[in-house]
Design a protein around this ligand. Structure first.
Ligand SMILES: Cc1ncc(COP(=O)(O)O)c(C=O)c1O
Length: 389
């Protein structure tokens, strides 16, 4: 069955008693045992909850994995995954990545003796040079947040396999509708489901998908032992959002491409980072390994002084700190999502004070372009007035 149909039907054929088309919310933490030594399959909701199980089966199947695990946030999912590692272990991690993942590794995992080296995960020589006897995994974001760097998943996951490393791919920006890393060789996929999967800026959630019996059993143990699991209400809300993922992603991509092309020609804009553009260095790899593009891109203004007034003048587009929802949001990574990355590292990869990240929603593209144009004009006029004074 095509992925659009599988998405729309999540949970709708799993409820055998009433035939409910929307799977019920099992708001229970404990389940009666029929008798000593017997279980209905559900004992305690941290371990397993019927509503969460439907979501977990759905994401495992959508990502072509063996097991799915729903967590209370994307960070909870990443922390659960990183609990696979022990003192002395080393990770190879994408150079450009979500600031919270960097913070988790550098400020928390480091206290447990897990270290990381940040490399361009598309550069096999750099990966090879930094891979030591202690290296256990490669952690990849593709596209990266916020610079949209692309990693050739097949190439790197195969390399990781030969080295005996676990490959972990953050698939938040593309979702299984557009890219399925496990089919390209990854062992673990992680999502901030708060983003496109939920899709409405109203549910915080994380998802993990594992491939292989051993990893799936290890993850089930960690998921239950750490306990950062998703509650039944949010499991239901996330499934409700996922049902419309396909049509939302198509509209996000359509809008983002039009606006990125518009900004590429704009005299006040220095550069646009969006893999759908032919000029993007990762364009061909992106086309090879995914069936479309995300709705997010970043762009750099020529003048950093434009940033503050632009964020003040956008009206339809909200100045807010997330991505992947139906409402358009604009973020300033240097002071928001990536503030925890030291300035010298941030600027080395290009996350500087001229960069804005735009999560393009599903509003009409003409309205979004009009809002941007008006904000740019107002910001430019203020700068000129300031200069003339
Ligand atoms: C790529 C990526 N991974 C992980 C996370 C963390 O997810 P959450 O905010 O749901 O904890 C984010 C959040 O922005 C993200 O963008």
């Amino acid at each position: 069955m095509k992925i659009e149909s599988r998405l729309a039907q999540i949970g709708s054929i799993s409820e055998p008693v009433t035939g409910a088309v929307s799977f019920p919310i099992y708001q229970a933490t404990a389940f009666r045992h029929p008798k000593l030594g017997q279980s209905t399959g559900f004992d305690y909701s941290r371990t397993k909850n019927p509503t969460r199980s439907v979501l977990e089966q759905a994401i495992a199947e959508l990502e072509s994995g063996d097991a799915g695990f729903a967590c209370s946030s994307g960070m909870a999912a990443l922390q659960t995954i990183f609990a696979l590692f022990s003192q002395g272990d080393h990770l190879l991690v994408s150079l450009d990545l979500y600031g919270g993942t960097y913070r988790l590794i550098e400020k928390i995992m480091s206290r447990f003796g897990v270290t990381a080296t940040y490399v361009d995960t598309n550069d096999l020589d750099a990966l090879e040079a930094n891979c030591t006897a202690a290296t256990k995994a490669v952690v990849i974001e593709t596209p990266t947040n916020p610079l949209m760097m692309i990693t050739d998943l097949e190439l790197i996951c195969n390399w990781a396999k030969k080295k005996g490393l676990v490959s972990i791919v953050d698939n938040t920006l593309l979702t299984p509708f557009l890219q399925r890393p496990i089919e390209l060789g990854a062992d673990i996929v992680v999502h901030s489901a708060t983003k496109y999967l939920g899709g409405h800026n109203d549910v915080l959630a994380g998802l993990i998908v594992t491939k292989g019996k051993e990893l799936s059993e290890q993850m089930a143990f960690l998921h239950n032992s750490i306990g950062a699991v998703l509650n039944p209400q949010d499991s239901w809300l996330l499934m409700r959002g996922m049902k419309t993922l396909a049509i939302r992603m198509e509209r996000h991509e359509f809008n983002a491409t039009k606006i990125a092309e518009h900004l590429l020609e704009h005299p006040l804009v220095d550069s646009v980072y969006y893999p759908a553009l032919k000029s993007h260095p990762g364009h061909d790899i992106q086309n090879k390994q995914s069936s479309g593009n995300t709705g997010i891109f970043s762009f750099k203004m020529k003048d950093a002084r434009m940033i503050e007034p632009i964020l003040r003048h956008i009206k339809l587009i909200a100045f807010a700190e997330s991505l992947g929802g139906v409402e358009s949001l604009m973020t300033y990574p240097a002071v928001q999502t990536h503030a925890d990355i030291p300035v010298e590292i941030r600027e080395k990869v290009g996350v500087d004070d001229r960069l804005l990240r735009f999560s393009v929603g599903i509003e009409h593209v003409d309205d979004l372009i009009a809002d941007l144009n008006a904000a740019f004009e107002a910001a430019h006029a203020e700068l000129q007035e300031g200069g003339a004074r």
